[in-house]
Design a protein around this ligand. Structure first.
Ligand code: SF4
Length: 472
């Protein structure tokens, strides 16, 4: 559905928030105030946290890892897994002691969990030490919420149940100095029956292409950013909600023209929206890596229907084949759910069949667990834990042996590697990634960070490859 009005946050609203940031900065002057942002969940949450951190820096706070030194503690949460929610609330409870030691401490609780009414009610009742509750649709108003919390003793709750807006012009404090995530859209229209995301992040809203290109040009002009990942719950449907209908392949081609960038990645893709033009764009754009993260969730057409995924096993396999033919050497990764309600042994065998046929380089495997508020949680025929665990183990075994075979086939090949950092375990080793997103370790020094080097692969270690530089 094309949107009939602009969903971009007005410049006036952003200007108002800048005024709040300035005022708080004035209050914080010479006080060495600090903040911590705890992020739970996916890259979307990480990306939101970078904006929250950016605004806090503008307010005169500096980032710390030490919770006991913080003047502002933010919990930016995820609600995809119910079990994780309990852990987050338990950690939130532990902050009470910090608040007792420092009455001026501001504790802010936001993100997907806060979009659920029952969670907001629970926090209001049982977590009285929280100062601010905010949702996913009003992150741009964070400075005003902090200002209100600084000037009052009351808990401030602002959770909007509208579809949200597209904020532009917010400061961003990025975690990584070489790779950057760039949101191209927010929300999701797909309502997969196991997923809570559409209920807490609203419908799809695409950013204007010129705003995205401008942000990436700015990153590239800084000289240090070499790789960007275009982010959305389903990037393949980018632009379909906008009047001019400029779609994702066009955006990819535009971004590919930006000088100074070495690599472009994107995630996540929904198989039902992966167009021929997108395959063409990936094969044409030299900066786009030969890697496609293509969640298939289940290999059984019957279960896919129950999941509301809108493709069949055969269509998925055809798509993977089409991509492989057009993009030589492409690496596939995926997400799989084991034990969805009603999954039979035959359905599970279909999942293993897809794994064997597509030969993924990495799979994020999940044991299905009920998510309150989703249709799947109400489905009869929930699978018992023992069966789920047994299938999960068999899936991992299949995935691991294929990953190893894929890695072994790379030994002796020369791969272009973007050098990212010194290896965590060995100061004399560097680590980077191939165009296909595989981790490669090799001997080198810090001067190589940010550069493209050719590395001959010598050995494989399941989650990474090791090699030696053959050219620089
Ligand atoms: S595409 Fe499906 S799984 Fe992905 S965010 Fe949307 S509803 Fe959730």
């Amino acid at each position: 559905m094309k949107r009939d009005k602009d969903v971009k946050v007005s410049e006036k609203e952003i200007e108002i928030q800048k005024t709040y940031m300035e005022q708080i900065r004035g209050l914080n002057a010479l006080q060495n105030k600090k903040f911590v942002v705890n992020t739970f969940g996916c890259q979307m949450s990480e990306s939101d946290s970078e904006k929250i951190a950016g605004m806090l820096v503008e307010m005169g706070y500096s980032q710390t890892e030490e919770v006991d030194q913080a003047d502002v503690i933010v919990f930016n949460t995820c609600c995809v897994r119910e079990h994780a929610e309990e852990k987050i609330l338990s950690r939130l409870g532990q902050l009470k002691a910090y608040k007792q030691n420092n009455r001026d401490l501001i504790i802010a609780f936001g993100g997907c969990m806060a979009q659920q009414l029952h969670v907001v009610e629970k926090i209001k009742k049982s977590y009285r030490h929280v100062d601010i509750i905010f949702g996913t649709h009003n992150i741009h108003r964070f400075p005003e919420l902090i200002y209100c919390a600084l000037s009052s003793n009351k808990m401030i709750t602002e959770v909007l149940d509208i579809d949200g807006v597209v904020p532009e012009g917010l400061p961003v404090s990025r975690k990584d100095g070489l790779k950057a995530w760039v949101n191209i859209m927010y929300g999701c229209n797909n309502f997969c029956t196991y997923c809570i995301v559409p209920y807490v992040r609203g419908r799809e809203r695409s950013r204007e292409p010129q705003d995205i290109v401008r942000e990436i040009q700015l990153l590239a002009s800084q000289g240090c950013y070499k790789e960007i990942t275009l982010l959305g719950q389903n990037v393949n449907s980018y632009g379909l909600d906008r009047k001019d209908g400029r779609a994702f392949p066009e955006l990819l081609r535009e971004v590919n023209k930006i000088d100074g960038l070495e690599r472009i990645r994107f995630m996540t893709s929904h198989p039902k929206d992966f167009s021929d033009d997108l395959i063409k764009a990936i094969s044409e754009c030299e900066k786009v890596g030969e890697h496609v993260h293509l969640p298939f969730q289940s290999g059984s057409t019957r279960i896919l229907k129950e999941m509301n995924r809108k493709y069949t096993k055969e269509q998925y396999l055809e798509l993977a084949e089409k991509i492989r033919n057009a993009v030589p050497g492409v690496s596939f990764t995926s997400d799989i759910i084991v034990g969805f309600p009603g999954e039979t042994e035959e359905d599970f065998e279909d999942t293993l069949d897809v794994v064997r046929k597509v030969r993924f380089d990495l799979v994020y495997t999940f044991i299905y667990s009920k998510r309150t508020g989703t249709p799947a949680a109400e489905m009869q025929e929930q699978i018992d834990d023992k069966t789920k665990k047994d299938r999960f183990d068999r899936l991992l075994e299949t995935v691991y042996s294929i990953v190893q075979e894929n890695n072994e086939a790379m030994i002796g090949k020369v791969e272009e590697v973007l050098v990212e950092s010194v290896s965590k375990n060995n100061d004399e080793m560097m680590t980077g990634r191939t165009r296909t997103n595989k981790i490669v370790n090799f001997a080198g020094d810090k001067s190589l960070i940010g550069k493209l080097v050719d590395v001959r692969i010598q050995s494989q270690h399941m989650w990474y490859l090791a090699g030696e530089i053959v050219a620089n």
